[in-house]
Design a binder for this molecule. Structure first.
Ligand SMILES: Nc1ncnc2c1ncn2[C@@H]1O[C@H](COP(=O)(O)OP(=O)(O)O)[C@@H](O)[C@H]1O
Ligand SMILES: [Mg+2]
Length: 332
């Protein structure tokens, strides 16, 4: 996914599987039919085998775009192509597995019944349905609960059922709306590992998230939305600024208060160095050319250098930068 979509000429990439052309969606709400522009002119392209994060805070238009991609709602303007076809085309739809945001299933059904039902919708024969159901419930760790009614399932368990049913027809493209939300840290880790495994198997993955931390490892590319507008798009490696001129170091200062004060005084003499207390230690941000001075001060003052790296944007830095540019009236 890159900007503008039309400029990509990269033969090493697989075939194009999803394209948004200036997608816009406006809702009319309330008695006065007030217009809510949920998605504005979003253009994007995704290639087979890629994993794309569709990111942005709550209310930025992610679910609305995803519903348009699945033809669950109609765009107000613009166009979507799924495998080169209209999203209403059953041939395109059959190649997509969808995980809705906060999936809801009838709570008297069991995981096996949900998978069976979805398998029937996709026209799978009885043997394939049985085999896939067993395989997928194992994959998402629900084999023990396979025949228990969903009533009383935790949010995490419902999310796993949602994931299993999205894989029933062995789709090429997975469109998952907030697969990581509402999970505890362990569940989050498990779903992340599953996403990495599916990507390894060659699946294409388009997923949304309103939490930007810890998803970097999951995406080849991102599209970041802010109030309906795509404010940043492209490969993560290109988007996240690596500033070789600035470095980031994690330090251990001496436990003795007097030594610590002495070392802090020495560090304060290094031009451009800023210290910050993090839960993991003391962080120093400094011009890369001052790194030798930092090391010398640490050696003389009884401190230790635990980590040193070129300073890099996080996805959150990137979002804040882009969102601020927009509020300032700058170019998105
Ligand atoms: N069916 C709807 N009717 C009216 N407004 C809606 C509807 N669906 C979404 N919206 C509005 O569109 C905006 C984007 O919502 P949504 O796509 O759900 O964002 P996200 O998934 O990024 O949290 C929000 O302001 C939301 O209130
Ligand atoms: Mg949403």
């Amino acid at each position: 996914m890159t900007q503008p979509a039309e400029q990509i000429v990269d033969p090493s990439r697989g075939p194009e599987i999803l394209r948004l052309r200036q997608l816009s969606k406006t809702f009319r709400v309330g008695f006065w039919a007030t217009r809510v522009q949920a998605v504005r002119d979003v253009s994007a392209v995704m290639y087979q085998g890629e994993s794309i994060g569709y990111l942005g805070p709550n209310g930025s238009g992610k679910t609305t775009s995803i519903k348009c991609m699945l033809a669950l709602i109609q765009p107000s303007s613009g166009k979507i192509e799924l495998f080169g076809r209209s999203p209403t085309d059953p041939l395109a739809r059959a190649r997509v597995g969808y995980l809705p945001e906060s999936p809801y299933f009838y709570d008297y059904l069991t995981p096996v019944e949900v998978c069976e039902y979805v398998g029937k919708l996709y026209g799978l024969d009885a043997r394939t349905r049985k085999q896939r159901t067993q395989e997928l419930l194992g994959l998402v760790g629900l084999d023990q609960a396979a025949k228990r009614p969903l009533r009383g399932f935790s949010k995490g368990m419902l999310q796993r059922i949602g994931i299993a049913q999205s894989l029933m027809a062995d789709p090429d493209l997975l469109i998952w709306d907030e697969p990581l939300s509402g999970l505890d840290p362990l569940g989050r880790k498990e779903v992340r590992e599953l996403m990495i495994e599916l990507r390894r198997q060659g699946k294409s993955l388009f997923f949304s998230s309103h939490v930007l931390t810890d998803i970097e490892a999951l995406c080849d590319g991102v599209c970041i939305l802010d109030r309906g507008v795509a404010v940043a798009q492209g490969r993560l490696a290109d988007l996240l600024r690596r500033d070789a001129l600035e470095s980031e170091a994690l330090l251990d200062l001496p436990a003795d208060p007097q030594l610590e004060a002495g070392l802090r005084a020495e560090l304060a003499k290094i031009p451009g160095l800023a210290l910050q207390q993090l839960p993991t230690g003391v962080q120093a941000v400094l011009p890369t050319q001052a790194v030798p001075a930092l090391i010398q001060a640490l050696m003389q003052g009884g401190g230790q250098l635990r980590e040193l790296s070129a300073r890099r944007d996080s996805l959150e830095d990137l979002f804040m930068r882009k969102a601020l540019q927009r509020s300032d009236g700058g170019q998105p």
